[in-house]
Design a protein around this ligand. Structure first.
Ligand code: SF4
Length: 458
């Protein structure tokens, strides 16, 4: 998962992109970068870590131009070098080309093999670089055709923002796995992963880029290129609603907060319990816990406090980092918990390590009973479309029964939201991909079926 933003027709465009990245920080904390384009020439600045640490007045002041593209990245282990950070910038025969990508291609290794056979030299290990090579090596004559030609050869999840000279493009794969929206502020246009970036920039939402759509912005004019061939089905990621997107964003046409409340209400209907209070595992579960409290009538409390100066554990790339972070990231509020029967609502259960640590904290704070509720179904299969999930062996939902998980977590009861309950709660905005919950993989897993390594995610 990554956050991407692209702006066109703004004075000091890099500063606008910087604001957008600030709002998309939750989508990646390993590295960040902005490229700005001035008179067709691109300048790039990349850095490890958070947006606030990666840029200062001086680095931003060197990014001149009315077009800018930015990226926040998280990486899998082994992919942490700055050469794997984005934007990717190359100078090719049509001018300077800059690209950012959110998603994961399922045929990247297959395409890469072919390109290497033809003499292409790769500088990074990320799948996004194959897109740049495909554009630069396309036999088509115009950048519009070359971009269309390149994107047509990709399988899997991609939202891309590309600049060729001063022209900006935003595109989404035909399955529509990851979100990308288009906004406007005055004469300027903004592409961003989520609407919360538009809010911070002060741009109004024009539309969600549709699956297979390629939008071009040139000299303040908006046009659409021919669509990519339909994939046969659309499959936006339901996990964006469950966990990834910010609750103040609108994703897939629905407020993320409202979707999570609906999950929480349905969870309460499916898994009622007698208890004294409900609280969330902050922050991504807040809305679902509110929904559970609304539906059950059990008072909502703040039982766990999150230290906001620590990154989100799920997206930290190493297991050692995750275990360490559970203890420093949360604390229990004894005054809320001591002697009480508590319902703890979490958005999802992936490995179970974070939750187990949290339950221990809650028990130490004196809870009389702990009832754990998960506002999504068990995660039983890995994601190959851009979410860094563990292998099936590490997914607790794939390895243990609900009763075994309950015992492992040391809770009095455990209840998941059902798959039908989840999809029914947001059915009017679907259909969705729910492959990691035991659903079906909409885009072919080309590399996996050829036993090639799965590429780095973003
Ligand atoms: Fe989203 Fe899961 Fe589908 Fe991946 S497999 S795109 S996380 S719903």
């Amino acid at each position: 998962m990554c956050g991407i933003v692209g702006v066109s027709n703004f004075d000091r465009a890099a500063e606008t992109a910087y604001l957008g990245l600030y709002a998309l920080q939750h989508r990646g904390q390993e590295a960040t970068g902005i490229a700005a384009v001035d008179g067709g020439r691109a300048t790039l600045h990349k850095a490890h870590g958070l947006v606030m640490d990666g840029f200062d007045e001086e680095s931003l002041s060197q990014l001149d131009g009315r077009v800018a593209i930015g990226h926040t990245r998280y990486s899998t282990a082994g992919g942490k070098g700055l050469e794997n950070a984005q934007p990717i910038m190359v100078r090719y025969h049509q001018g300077d080309l800059v690209l950012v990508h959110n998603g994961n291609l399922t045929n990247a290794q297959t395409v890469r093999e072919e390109l290497v056979r033809e003499g292409a030299l790769f500088q990074s290990s990320v799948d996004s670089e194959v897109i740049v090579h495909l554009i630069a090596r396309s036999r088509m004559s115009t950048p519009d055709e070359q971009i269309h030609d390149a994107l047509s050869q990709l399988v899997g999840a991609f939202c891309v923002i590309i600049s060729v000279g001063d022209t900006l493009y935003g595109a989404r794969d035909p399955w529509g796995f990851r979100p990308l929206v288009l906004g406007r502020k005055g004469d300027g246009y903004v592409f961003a992963s989520e609407t919360c970036a538009l809010d911070l920039i002060g741009a109004e939402l024009l539309e969600e880029v549709s699956p297979g759509e390629i939008i071009k912005i040139e000299n303040g004019r908006l046009t659409s290129l021919p669509r990519l061939a339909p994939a046969g089905e659309v499959a936006p990621c339901i996990f964006e609603l469950v966990y990834f997107a910010r609750p103040d964003s609108k994703v897939w046409g629905v407020s993320v907060d409202r979707a999570r409340r609906a999950f929480g209400r349905q969870l309460a209907r499916e898994n009622p319990v007698q208890a004294d209070c409900v609280f969330s595992v902050p922050d991504s579960s807040n809305s679902a816990a509110l929904g559970y409290a609304e539906e059950s009538g059990i008072p909502y409390e703040l039982g766990l406090i999150r230290n906001h100066y620590v990154g989100r554990t799920f997206i930290h790339p190493t297991q050692a980092g995750r275990d360490f972070r559970v203890r420093i990231k949360y604390n229990a509020v004894r005054e809320v918990i001591d002697g009480q029967r508590v319902v703890v609502v979490d958005d999802s259960l992936v490995r179970g390590t974070t939750s187990r640590g949290l339950i221990a904290l809650i028990r130490e704070a004196g809870a009389r009973e702990v009832h754990f509720r998960v506002a999504s179904p068990p995660v039983v299969s890995p994601c190959y479309y851009g979410i860094d999930m563990p292998t099936r062996e590490e997914l607790i939902g794939a390895q243990k029964s609900v009763e075994e998980i309950r015992a492992h977590l040391n809770v009095d009861s455990l209840g998941y939201l059902s798959r039908d309950g989840m999809t029914d709660a947001v059915r009017e905005y679907g259909p969705f991909c729910d492959a990691c919950f035991g659903g079906h993989y909409a885009a072919p897993l080309v590399d996996l079926e050829r036993h090639l390594p799965v590429s780095s995610h973003c």
